[in-house]
Design a protein around this ligand. Structure first.
Ligand code: ADP
Length: 541
């Protein structure tokens, strides 16, 4: 082998990535809209100065290479400061999911070995509830706007005030941990993943590509996805590297205030889960012409399946383009993206829409395959269903300090996602279900995702989740939980008539439940386990 003659040892670090935003795009703004409606706005130059102060403060508090620094914060500029400062000081940013139960938070903070916590004052009562289980936390830094930090805690602003703008950080190895996240633990105990500097930098480069999220300096991006959920899908890193402006809604995720922000700040990109976008779509439908979204070039929707009807309505009625993304906490998170390829431009509108409603094909350096129960790799025929496996430089190769889940990693180096999918000849992945949500009726698969997407296209349906009901003869049969738009209630037969032309007869739900709202997980996905628990025995009589 003749080795390359390049500087292959130049480390890919987050510090370099953040320095770029702070240095080259010092004038670009970062905006936070607080709960009371007031707006905090400053520029990347100020941001970067404060990041260096925070990194100094963390070092002074004893944060060393590999120390875990937890955050318990909403989406705002100071949380974004921690995103940069903790890894710069050599630490690992551990974003705690504030929607989890205190028992889980205690377990996670303890398992991760968090030693410092940065917390919003509004979330101190939550911290009080798991503090006992997270005894390793020796320093608590409180982000408080008006009131002083409580006794025994440090005040975030006071800490920054005392520090210098010059930060001479420790050397960083690109393979060392920079950030960590836990899965929400819908099956078993939450599991942790540690993202290295290298994996996050590579993920950022791939995510920014024009054919991925296409993020560039001109963008103004609304971060609806929580910053504790897979690093807000990596968007803060994309923004810092390119100098794109970030707009944080703090904690107010109601559709109308979000739309006000999107219009007022001339946003170009927004990212969030389908349930948020469903609310936004309804608000736009109810108030035509109220918001000027002409600057918005794309919305990135992922985290659970995006109904085809949603993609269609956004585009047809409001001129808003939806790009669906698939990913997991374990994939940093971007894995696949749904983009119309060049040769698909000539397809009929309907066929193109169908392609966009799949989870799309892999971003560069992520490999996809799907396997049957016996572990045989399946053909990309668009029909064969099997478990999706992925591998790549930003896919977890193991969980943090966890021996129980090693069966999620195959001996030949792939990660088993737990998603049941078909892959077509274009390489486009179509998710039929998560393995734990699968409905098997008389031994045959029924895709809950396809049924609920079809139901959500019905004009009177706002949200629908299809789940397995236990059945004396067929083991399981599909049940549909439906939230209707205000006004008329369709007969159950009407919904069956609507679905009938699109599906085999045995796929049609045995019954419908009309609910005021659907149970959601901590990141806003339908919580089918809760539906199964409550209504799963309905058909047993
Ligand atoms: P949680 O397990 O708490 O939901 P993750 O964010 O890691 O946390 O969830 C990853 C899962 O979300 C994937 O395995 C998949 O089931 C689902 N998912 C993510 N994006 C999509 C998408 N575009 N379409 C369908 N399912 C998706």
């Amino acid at each position: 082998m003749i080795p390359g003659t390049m500087m292959d040892d130049c480390p890919l670090t987050l510090t370099a990535l953040f320095a770029r935003g702070g240095t080259f795009f010092a004038r670009n703004d970062i905006v936070t809209r607080r709960l009371d409606g007031s707006v905090h706005r400053y520029a990347y130059g100020d941001y970067w100065r404060r990041v260096r102060r925070l990194a100094n403060a963390l070092s002074r508090l004893g944060v060393k290479s590999g120390d875990r620094v937890a955050t318990l914060c909403w989406n705002h500029y100071r949380h974004f400061e921690a995103y940069a400062a903790v890894p710069a000081a050599g630490g690992i940013l551990h974003t705690l999911n504030l929607r989890l139960h205190p028992t889980d938070l205690g377990y996670i903070a303890n398992h991760a070995g968090d030693s410092v916590l940065i917390v919003d004052s509004s979330l101190l009562p939550l911290y009080e509830r798991f503090k006992g289980a997270a005894g390793g936390i020796r320093e608590v830094i409180v982000i408080a706007d008006d009131e002083p930090a409580p006794q025994g805690c440090r005040d975030y602003e006071a800490l920054l005030e005392a520090e210098s703008d010059v930060f001479d950080g420790p050397p960083i190895d690109e393979r060392q941990g920079a950030a960590m996240c836990y899965t929400s633990g819908t099956t078993g105990r939450p599991k942790g993943v540690v993202y290295s500097h290298r994996s996050t930098v590579l993920h950022t480069l791939a995510a920014c590509m024009t054919d991925s999220l296409g993020i560039c300096e001109n963008d103004r991006i609304l971060v609806v996805v929580p910053m504790f959920h897979a690093n807000a899908w990596g968007i803060p890193f994309c923004a810092a590297m390119t100098g794109a402006s970030l707009i944080f809604p703090e904690r107010d995720l109601r559709p109308e205030p979000l739309l006000d922000l999107m219009a007022a700040e001339r946003l170009t990109v927004a990212a969030g889960v389908p349930t948020i976008w469903g609310g936004i779509l309804a608000a736009l439908d109810e108030n035509p012409g109220r918001w000027d979204l002409s600057a918005l070039r794309t919305t990135i929707v992922g985290g659970s399946a995006v109904p085809q009807a949603m993609i269609d309505r956004f585009e047809q009625r409001h001129g808003v383009r939806v790009v669906q993304a698939w990913g997991m906490t374990e994939t940093n998170p971007l894995g696949t993206l749904s983009r119309v390829k060049r040769h698909m431009q000539g397809w009929s509108r309907e066929r193109r829409l169908e392609a966009r409603a799949t989870q799309g094909y892999a971003v560069p350096f992520v490999d996809t395959r799907h396997v049957d129960d016996a572990g045989r790799v399946l053909a990309w025929d668009g029909k064969s269903l099997g478990e999706l496996e992925v591998r790549g430089p930003w896919v977890a190769g193991r969980y943090y300090d966890n021996d129980e889940q090693q069966d999620r990693f195959t001996p030949d180096g792939w990660f088993k996602t737990g998603d049941i999918v078909a892959i077509d000849a274009e390489g486009c992945v179509r998710i039929a279900d998560r393995a734990k949500d699968v409905i098997k009726s008389g031994g045959e698969w029924i895709s809950s995702v396809e049924l609920e997407n079809a139901l959500m296209a019905h004009p009177l349906v706002r949200e629908a989740a299809v789940f397995a009901g236990r059945h004396p003869k067929w083991d399981e049969r599909p049940l549909a939980a439906v939230v209707l738009k205000a006004g008329e209630t369709p007969a159950k037969e009407e919904l069956t008539r609507y679905l009938a032309p699109k599906f085999a007869k045995f796929w049609l739900p045995d019954d419908y439940l009309f609910l005021d709202e659907l149970p959601k997980t901590s990141v806003g996905k339908f919580k089918k386990s809760a539906l199964r628990e409550k209504y799963g025995d309905l058909l047993l009589g």
